[in-house]
Design a protein around this ligand. Structure first.
Ligand SMILES: Cc1cc2nc3c(=O)[nH]c(=O)nc-3n(C[C@H](O)[C@H](O)[C@H](O)COP(=O)(O)OP(=O)(O)OC[C@H]3O[C@@H](n4cnc5c(N)ncnc54)[C@H](O)[C@@H]3O)c2cc1C
Length: 506
């Protein structure tokens, strides 16, 4: 590999590339016609191709860079790998309160932490490998850029693939920040930050959304002096303010500097450092850093696809336009994943891919509007959410009852020393129907699925109250929400009836 597809050139990265873009790969001769041609082999494309092929369809998939897409190579997998190392540091540093002394001088080997992440990523990549798709699943894998040449043809590697149905799954990338001087000074994005082999002593993160927050906390724990610059009033603006504030307070305690309501005016390079000039409350401040990580905005990969030739409508900022059945303006062409959907997650890409298979190949009528979509930001503590926020429900004219149980009420959270957080549920007023929920807890991402299942299956909160939860677990907080709901049903009248009944029984 003279020009490695992913750097640094290490054994684990070579093993990764061997799976997801094998050197010397020979593209097959195209079949006369395909049931389905998929462009883009990230989560959306791989799940679409694998599912369709397993059901007997003749499928081709086209990938111009690394199979596995963002999630495997530049997103979920490497970020959670770095977060795992950072958590180990945090545990070691804070072990004394549990009676375990690790000594004052913990040695952090950043290079080793990153290499473990790359090893783990290479191991996981087998699942997304070109050979697995070709040999085990019978999919024709084309490595190279794909572009439409007509309403039912795509070109890949100079070969024309004719299709009955196609799926555009080309994802999104970090949007170029419109900040004067930043290109000249240089900056990191999710596509380059996982290639670092040395810890930046000072890291400035532009953007306090999920990507910025997860990596800011991880790098801070690994030893960088981290600043987050955001133009909003608090971190994670999509989340409830009190939920975000719990994470924010943890960040402040851990020494992360937060600059809110701050507009980045310019970036300049001075000697060996990068200087970010921000305007806050009308005053200009310079923030000095060794590296800048940009975590704002995603741009859809629509360029080069020649969507016009296929009659597929798109917006350069929002991506490919689809209806709720994921059909584009060309009824034979569908889209799934970050290229077309506002909820940009791996699990939504997976869910959309399943809708495409049903609708494109089996005359299905599945709709994205029927999906119940959870998400989680993997800070410590994590914030997980599903369904509506209270504000959203009120905007839709739905009356809600909101119940919140703090983790201080949950024995296991107290025992673990992880009692900062809460679980909150929004119910349709007068019923136990769950409209949405937020959990702030160290393992919130694992805990939210119980509520997602209830919402998907149309099961009310009372059923969760009847479900026995093992003691002591942090998930008991969800049962406690159900207990809180049951208490709301204990009106003064019901209480009087029960007391009268019990008096008779004495
Ligand atoms: C740092 C970070 C952390 C994240 N963490 C999480 C997380 O913890 N959980 C979660 O659910 N989500 C997470 N995400 C989001 C998640 O990675 C994406 O939502 C997911 O990868 C979207 O999958 P996709 O298939 O739509 O697109 P992608 O994964 O982007 O795949 C698209 C593929 O299409 C290829 N392609 C593009 N154009 C062409 C073309 N013309 N021809 C051929 N191939 C083409 C690209 O090379 C790419 O491989 C994270 C994202 C980032 C950046």
């Amino acid at each position: 590999m003279d020009n490695p597809l992913i750097s640094p050139r290490t054994e684990s990265n070579e093993a990764l590339v061997e799976n997801v873009h094998p050197p010397g790969w020979v593209n097959p001769e195209p079949a006369a016609s395909y049931n389905l041609v998929v462009i883009g082999a990230g989560t959306a494309g791989l799940v679409t191709a694998a599912g369709a092929a397993a059901l007997g369809a003749k499928v081709a998939i086209i990938e111009r860079h690394l199979m596995g897409g963002d999630c495997l190579n530049y997103g979920c997998v490497p970020s959670k790998g770095v977060i795992r190392a950072a958590r180990a540091v945090y545990e070691a540093r804070n072990s004394e309160r549990y009676g375990v002394k690790c000594g004052s001088d913990i040695v952090i080997d950043f290079g080793k932490a990153m290499e473990r992440m790359r090893d783990v990523r290479a191991g996981i990549s087998l699942h997304d490998s070109a050979r697995r798709f070709k040999d085990d699943l019978g999919v024709d894998v084309f490595l190279g850029g794909g572009r439409f040449t007509g309403r039912d043809t795509i070109e890949a590697d100079g070969k024309i693939l004719k299709f009955k149905k196609a799926a555009v799954c080309t994802g999104a990338r970090a949007a170029a920040p419109p900040i004067p001087g930043i290109n000249e000074a240089g900056f990191l994005t999710n596509e380059t930050v996982f290639s670092l082999t040395e810890l930046p002593r000072r890291l400035a993160v532009i953007g306090g959304g999920p990507i910025g927050c997860e990596l800011a906390q991880a790098f801070s724990r690994l030893g960088s002096e981290v600043s987050i610059i955001d133009n909003g009033e608090h971190l994670l603006p999509r989340e409830d303010r009190d939920a975000a504030e719990i994470v924010q307070n943890a960040f402040i305690r851990e020494g992360i500097r937060l600059y809110f309501k701050s507009k980045v005016l310019k970036v300049s390079k001075q000697a060996n450092e990068k200087v970010i000039t921000v305007e806050q409350d009308g005053k200009e401040t310079d923030i000095r850093a060794d590296e800048i990580l940009v975590g704002i905005g995603r741009a859809p990969n629509v360029e080069g696809l020649n969507l016009e030739a296929a009659g597929v409508a798109y917006d350069p900022r929002q991506g490919v336009k689809v209806n709720e059945r994921l059909q584009t303006s060309n009824p034979n062409i569908y889209a799934a994943g970050d290229i077309c959907f506002p909820y940009k997650f791996t699990h939504t890409a997976d869910a959309l891919a399943r809708i495409v298979i049903a609708n494109a190949l089996f005359m299905g009528r599945q709709k994205t509007t029927a999906l119940v979509i959870p998400w989680c930001t993997y800070t410590d503590p994590e914030i997980a959410h599903v369904g509506m926020y209270e504000k959203e429900a009120r905007e839709k004219g739905i009356d809600v009852t909101t119940l919140t149980v703090p983790l201080t009420d949950v024995d296991r959270a107290v025992i673990d020393g992880e009692d900062e957080g809460f679980a909150r549920v929004h119910l349709k007023k007068g019923t136990d129907k769950i409209l949405g929920a937020t959990i702030v807890a160290r393992h919130a991402g694992d805990m939210i699925s119980e509520i997602t299942l209830a919402m998907t299956a149309g099961v009310g909160l009372s059923a969760i109250g009847r479900t026995i939860h093992p003691y002591p677990t942090q998930a008991e907080v969800i049962k406690k929400l159900a207990d809180a709901y049951n208490r709301t049903r204990l009106t003064p009248f019901v209480k009087r009836v029960l007391s009268t009944w019990l008096r008779w029984q004495r």
